[in-house]
Design a protein. Structure first.
Length: 170
């Protein structure tokens, strides 16, 4: 359990350090090309949620994010989550949520610092915290769709999918 909390802490610290760098170095430059016409670093202040939705809804975003993070942390710390994949998914979601929650709480107006821009598809500018939330959500969806209920709970005990199967006559 400590390992997952440590991972979350490292990801939040990394996210905050990169955002601090973006504010100090990138903001005055506006942008830096990493791979021209493909990947750039742009300083952007996002006052909304994903793709800029819910603009100006700082308190709603703080409240919802706080409740979700608290619930996920409770499940993680009380060991209610079974399996490395599920714990990793939740850890990534918590880390990303905390990274953006810190920004929204500390910056006047409640903005989140974004800085990664993928140009070929004109994707909205994002940050490390967003990557953590997206990867964690993908892993969580994968777990729910393909793993949950398909593993025996204990020796000889049927899993949820097997428990609902009708008995077969041989």
């Amino acid at each position: 359990m400590i390992g997952y909390l440590l991972l979350a802490g490292l990801l939040v610290a990394g996210d905050q350090l990169i955002k601090l760098w973006a504010q100090e170095v990138l903001k005055p430059l506006t942008s830096i090309d990493i791979i021209p016409n493909v990947l750039s670093l742009y300083y952007h202040e996002n006052f909304g949620a994903a793709w800029g939705i819910l603009q100006g809804q700082r308190w709603l975003l703080l409240g919802v994010t706080g409740v979700v993070i608290a619930g996920l942390l409770y499940a993680l710390v009380t060991k209610r989550l079974q399996g490395r994949l599920l714990r990793t998914a939740v850890t990534l979601i918590v880390a990303g949520g905390l990274g953006n929650l810190i920004d929204r709480a500390l910056h006047a107006g409640g903005f989140v610092v974004d800085y990664i821009y993928f140009e070929p598809i004109n994707f909205p500018i994002f940050n490390l915290a967003d990557i953590c939330v997206c990867v964690g959500t993908f892993l969580l969806a994968f777990y729910i769709l393909f793993i949950e209920g398909k593993q025996p709970l204990a020796e000889g005990e049927p899993n949820a999918a097997q428990a609902n199967d009708p008995p077969c006559d041989s």
